[in-house]
Write a protein that binds this ligand. Structure first.
Ligand code: CP
Length: 351
């Protein structure tokens, strides 16, 4: 599939093929034609779960993100005069700052809560009452909370859209969008409904689907594109790998999943390795998978990419940072453009 590109984009094409450059988003843009219709449906909606998205919406959000990444000089400022309420009741480096960066780049203003002790929640105020107040102060809320029910309670009274930036162990839908954007930049054919067999990918996920919100959300996104993934191998030696009905749901959606405990045996055949180790449990986090780690010495296939939602721990050696396997920094960088795309669609659909 080839769509006409504006001359500015063609001129911008550099010689060098690099993950942080603009060649990858340009390739994505060329691969898929623009279709604004699926995105119009997102206007004024809240985003709580990955399950709300269709494959068409994910592809078009990736395309819009690629436009923001490839030609930032063309970006308009559609959110001038709009206020983001950025409420992070749990620590975050990437999600909060990339949402705020995205909103700023779109021209909007921000009110940020970074310390739970500074709002009425610390005094026992209900999320529904806080939500009622937030209606008066801004145009969209981004919420991260360890309590997975908080977003639903806030939505009881909210009349402005809210985006889930991570609710306990349940979901992290915008991380999954950023993950898919990374995969589509790496191999645009993954977006094709009628993907050629040779273009399909085998992906390994080192993590615990039952307890890790990033992995849970990613698996649902992968299931939307199940035809593009030959196999999804989960590396986990926990007693409980999946939550109740999780595996059945994913399998019913068409995802071909296998569990393995022998990472090094499978690594040479994987095209993508997604690694994560942290899950929030209650008021604290737990590190999983100490026994699984990746480094330059791991038998990673030539051309394979490594992804990680970050923050990293011992499971991902820094000696991979300066290798072509490192797509985790590109993944974090791309999240800004994905969030720009999503926020534009949610707040207004005249992009
Ligand atoms: N990927 C991610 O959620 O990172 P932060 O915890 O830093 O937001």
């Amino acid at each position: 599939m080839v769509s006409p590109l504006n001359p500015l984009l063609e001129e911008a094409l550099p010689e060098k093929d690099e993950t942080a450059g603009i060649q990858k988003p340009l390739r994505l843009l060329k691969h898929v034609p623009e279709d604004p219709v699926p995105l119009i449906e997102l206007a004024n909606h809240s985003i709580v779960s990955t399950r709300q998205f269709t494959a068409e919406q994910v592809v078009q959000l990736a395309r819009l993100a690629a436009k923001h990444e490839a030609v930032p000089q063309q970006a308009r400022r559609p959110l001038v005069g709009k206020i983001l309420i950025s409420a992070f009741y749990e620590p975050s480096t990437r999600t909060r700052l990339s949402f705020e960066s995205a909103w700023h780049r779109l021209g909007g203003d921000i009110m940020s809560i970074t310390d739970p002790a500074t709002t009425g929640i610390a005094k026992g105020e209900s999320y529904a009452d806080v939500g009622e107040m937030l209606n008066n102060y801004g145009d969209l809320v981004v919420l991260r909370e360890t309590n997975d029910k908080a977003i639903y309670q806030m939505m009881e009274s909210l009349r402005i859209p809210i985006v889930n930036a991570g609710n306990g162990i349940e979901e992290h839908p915008t991380q999954a969008l950023a993950d898919m954007y990374t995969l589509f930049k790496w191999r645009p054919a993954l977006m094709d409904k009628d993907i050629e067999k040779t273009k399909k990918a085998r992906i390994g996920i080192i993590g615990v689907p039952a307890n890790m919100r990033t992995v849970r959300s990613l698996l649902y996104m992968l299931a939307l594109f199940h035809n593009s993934f030959e196999e999804v191998v989960i590396f986990c030696n926990e007693k409980q790998v999946f939550a109740e009905h999780q595996l059945e749901n994913l399998t019913e959606m068409g995802l071909n999943i296998r569990i393995s405990i022998d990472l090094n045996a499978d690594l040479p055949s994987l095209d993508v390795i997604y690694i994560n180790s942290i899950a929030w449990i209650g008021d604290d986090y737990k590190e999983y998978g100490q026994e699984y780690s990746l480094s330059k010495k791991s038998p990673i296939k030539k051309g394979a990419i490594v992804m990680h939602p970050l923050a990293r721990g011992k499971e991902l050696s820094t000696d991979l940072d300066n290798t072509p396997h490192n797509w985790y920094f590109a993944q974090a960088r791309g999240a800004v453009f994905v969030r720009m795309a999503l926020l534009t669609c949610l707040v207004q659909h005249n992009w």
